[in-house]
Design a protein around this ligand. Sequence first.
Ligand code: B12
Length: 214
Amino acid sequence: MSEEIYGRLAQTVVDGEPEDAEEAAREALDQGLDPLACINEGLTPGMDRVGELFATGDYYLPDLIMGGDAMKAALTILEPALTGGQERQILARVVLGTVEGDLHEIGKTLVGTMLTANGFQVTDIGVDKTAAEFIDAVREFGATLIGASALLTTTMLQQQKIIEALEEAGLRDQVKVMVGGAPVTEIWAEQIGADGYAEDAISAVAEAKRLAGA
Ligand code: B12
């Protein structure tokens, strides 16, 4: 039963059908399925398939956009079920964003949802954010952790710029930096002097807890 609905969720992303994606997500919740499993076993494999088809030249940019829209539509149904709206003690304040020149937001938003669901107070500053905008947000919200997402090999360098900007602002010893995104690796994180790295939204929670000393 669950396999069937995971398969349907994946297919709605591959087909780029936001309405079908929402409907499948609603049905999954009605059937009592775990929203996180719906994301990990359904939507994410669908998105990976879209990426493969794009890489092989079978899909074009509009297909990427439609796949992204379908995933976002399903997430609007699944995410409230994940967070559950519980009041909890704040583990740390986090400023989360996608780096300058990069418009990919789905993974970053998912990381934000998981961090929020696990007791972090997250300020999501959005996509295409400069290092200076990250620093301004850190000051404004009193954050002790930055989460910087980059999905393009060309924008990964911006993660390093954020670390340099923190140093220049004299904030480096007060703020930890966690990096992620499909092309980002642990080796890259070490190379640029980031404090943490996680490959998905689940491990991002454990990594953020480690960095927050929680
Ligand atoms: C959807 C998509 C788009 C959509 C984005 C829509 C949106 N609103 O976000 C649109 C159409 C805008 C897009 C545009 C482009 N894209 Co695009 N896109 C994708 C695609 C198919 C899926 C990305 C996604 O959402 N994945 C699902 C989420 C859940 O996974 P994720 O992002 O990896 O996030 C997870 C982890 O990485 C991690 N994570 C993410 N962020 C963070 C942050 C922290 C702090 C931590 C700890 C962890 C973490 O946790 C997340 C959850 O588990 C990928 C292929 C792929 N499979 O990755 C290509 C891909 C990333 N895109 C690619 C390209 C080339 C482009 C374009 C340049 C295409 C073009 N010719 O114009 C443009 C660039 C636009 C720009 N300036 O940003 C390439 C990148 C190649 C490269 N290595 O540089 C990819 C890999 C496709 C491919 N196979 O060629 N894209």
